[in-house]
Ligand binder design. Structure first.
Ligand SMILES: Nc1ncnc2c1ncn2[C@@H]1O[C@H](COP(=O)(O)OP(=O)(O)OP(=O)(O)O)[C@@H](O)[C@H]1O
Ligand SMILES: [Mg+2]
Length: 265
């Protein structure tokens, strides 16, 4: 019989790290880019886990509820979390979370998600947390997903779905993220719409806005330069492992090293 004695010399990250992935809207590639980030991290030797703390839209298959985002994130992550830790709130009905939660008599409790996140952090080198929809999706009468990001204390990645209307959505989202005192650690231009006219010029517009804190000082402007993590091309088939090659995740690791939960001080 072999006894396994846990070794204290096994390599572990000095402090678990992570990122909160938000986007300019729903269906603009948060899951796809989160999966690409997971692959990119694995490519540099990090063993990441993923959370989708609130998911709506699930089907019953093989004795379990399945949500597309959750399944994709599980496939991309190196560390698989217990389902109730990865997704403490999973609703079958594909609708706004606070509405489906209320219909099912549930309350979306941020403290419960933070506890699951603490657990996830103890199990992995890095935790990629995918938000819901855009940055401010209501969780109840008062709170929204911005409050969730604040409670998790994570740097934020903004996925910009490159399509008509994305410029204002991107700038509004960035403004809201910074207004909450969060670090906008990077943004990703995701070429979600292959027919978007003058996509390069739009990407360039955002690149200049995000890179020029001096020019952009004043009300509602970014106080610091935000790195672009990459331009993800329209891919068919959409394979996150391929998209990972378009991303530079080094700024995320640097942002996590700077960031800490308030009680880490
Ligand atoms: N760069 C891309 N090239 C091709 N297809 C893409 C790309 N990015 C995303 N997609 C596809 O677009 C669809 C929506 O992407 P995804 O599910 O990642 O969006 P989301 O923002 O996570 O949506 P939700 O708000 O529902 O969580 C998916 O079918 C995905 O495969
Ligand atoms: Mg998603």
């Amino acid at each position: 019989m072999t006894l396994h004695t846990p070794s204290t010399s096994e390599p572990r990250a000095a402090r678990a790290r992570g990122v909160f992935v938000t986007g300019t809207d729903t269906e603009i590639g948060k899951t796809f880019v989160s999966c690409a980030i997971l692959h990119a991290l694995r490519g540099i030797g990090v063993r990441p886990a993923a959370m989708k703390p609130i998911a709506s839209g699930a089907v019953w298959r093989d004795d379990a509820w399945h949500n597309d985002d959750v399944d994709a994130l599980v496939d991309a992550a190196a560390v698989e979390l217990p389902p109730e830790i990865m997704t403490p709130y999973l609703f079958p009905t594909p609708a706004a979370p606070h509405i489906v939660a209320a219909r099912e008599g549930a309350t979306l409790d941020i403290a419960r998600i933070v506890a699951c996140h603490d657990d996830a952090q103890a199990r992995a080198d890095y935790v990629v947390v995918e938000g819901v929809g855009g940055f401010r999706v209501p969780l109840d009468e008062q709170l929204d997903t911005g409050d969730l990001a604040v409670a998790l204390g994570l740097p934020v990645v903004l996925v910009v779905g490159m399509r008509l209307g994305c410029l204002s959505h991107a700038l509004l989202s960035a403004e809201a993220i910074v207004a909450r005192g969060l670090t906008l650690a990077g943004w990703v231009a995701n070429r979600i719409d292959p027919d978007f006219a003058l996509a390069d010029a739009n990407i360039d517009t955002l690149r200049r806005r995000f890179a020029s804190p001096g020019v952009a000082s004043g009300p509602g402007r970014l106080p610091y330069a935000v790195p672009m993590l990459g331009i993800v091309p329209f891919l068919k088939p959409a394979q996150p492992r391929i998209a990972a090659a378009s991303l530079d995740v080094a700024p995320l690791l640097a942002a996590s090293d700077r960031e800490g939960r308030p009680d880490d001080a």
